[in-house]
Write a new protein. Structure first.
Length: 356
């Protein structure tokens, strides 16, 4: 297989069974890179497992017949794989795909339809990082959650859930809304991870934040009526909290063991600040601007979105538009980047619930 390469440019291999998608990607990339195409995984492996063939980057579709993207990764020599910058291509950013990609050490996914600017920026960042002295070392994300910690967190979550369900049953409610909010949060986190690959997020962190989002209202076990006009200084604790937000953070923090510390930190912030607003008019602390934690704001917008989206079962495009319009009418409530994440998650949200 003879391929002529311009030695002055980096060489990328596009692997996708869709001729149209390959053409779109090549059109985006060939102004800056030397681009080679493979119509299936077996052809790709001829390039990838040929040590004499120089390759800088791989754009690999996950969903292909015969041998899918993960099957290709399993068949590449591990040393060879560590020398190539990889972007996985997916039509949707499911939890399963994120977890599988992370096991191969790949934290970058791009979605169809393609965003040309985002793809080019991702590649530039990857190649810039690979040129650094420490680039050959496997960089761990800032947030590392071990399997033992995940097990401890799951155990604590189950105990909290039993307590919460007992309370909800006592007031003739169920947890259907909380489940739906956590599903929306998971979809948004997966999209944010695929688009930005933030170093403080990993598949494990996505799972923990998703679980934490389920408990945003758990403080209502303690406080069932409150004065939402009262404000508190950051760190101020009363003997008897006067808002369900402060009470929820206190309740979550009962378990102070190190193994569950990440969950407690995330869940307590969600409980405490899911009613804060970007313009500083929320409660209980009147947090303003980017002081509002990104992931807590994702939960906040998921709560607002869900209140309109799930009025019809099953919800669809119309319900998404209605729910988003309500949010856009009050943009000052949410961080702009969080609104953008919700908008970019449209297809995945609609597809997720249409398939149920």
């Amino acid at each position: 297989m003879e391929v002529k390469i311009n030695g002055n440019r980096r060489t990328l291999l596009i692997v996708d069974d869709s001729e149209i998608d390959r053409a779109i990607l090549k059109n985006i990339l060939d102004q800056e890179y030397e681009v080679i195409e493979a119509a299936n995984g077996y052809i790709a492996l001829e390039y990838l497992n040929n040590p004499s063939f120089h390759l800088d980057g791989l754009l690999l579709d996950i969903t292909m017949p015969a041998i899918n993207g993960f099957g290709v990764l399993e068949r590449i020599d591990k040393t060879r794989l560590s020398q190539i910058q990889v972007l996985l291509i997916s039509a949707e950013t499911s939890k399963e795909n994120i977890v599988k990609s992370f096991k191969f050490g790949i934290k970058n996914l791009i979605k169809k339809p393609y965003d040309a600017k985002m793809i080019l920026n991702k590649l530039k960042t990857l190649f810039a990082e690979s040129a650094l002295p420490h680039a050959n070392n496997t960089a761990s994300p800032v947030t590392v959650i071990t399997p033992a910690e995940m097990k401890a967190i799951s155990s604590y979550v189950e105990k909290l859930r039993r307590v919460y369900l007992t309370y909800l049953k006592s007031v003739n409610l169920d947890d259907s809304l909380y489940k739906k909010v956590s599903e929306i949060v998971h979809i948004m986190l997966a999209n944010y991870y695929a688009a930005k690959t933030p170093r403080d997020l990993s598949p494990e962190a996505i799972e923990v934040i998703t679980q934490a989002s389920y408990f945003y209202d758990i403080g209502r076990i303690v406080v069932r009526t409150e004065d939402k006009s009262k404000t508190y200084n950051i760190g101020e604790l009363d003997d008897i909290p006067e808002t369900h937000t402060i009470a929820g953070a206190d309740l979550i923090g009962i378990n102070s063991t190190k193994a569950v510390s990440y969950f407690v930190k995330v869940a307590a912030d969600i409980c405490m600040h899911h009613h804060e607003r970007y313009d500083g008019r929320g409660f209980p602390h009147r947090l303003k601007s980017s002081i509002n934690n990104l992931y807590t704001q994702i939960v906040a917008i998921a709560i607002s979105f869900s209140s309109n989206f799930f009025k019809v079962d099953p919800p669809g495009i119309r319900e998404y538009s209605i729910a988003l319009s309500a949010i856009l009418k009050d943009k000052e409530a949410f961080r702009p980047d969080v609104v953008e994440i919700l908008e970019n998650s449209k297809d995945d949200i609609i597809n997720y619930y249409s398939d149920k």
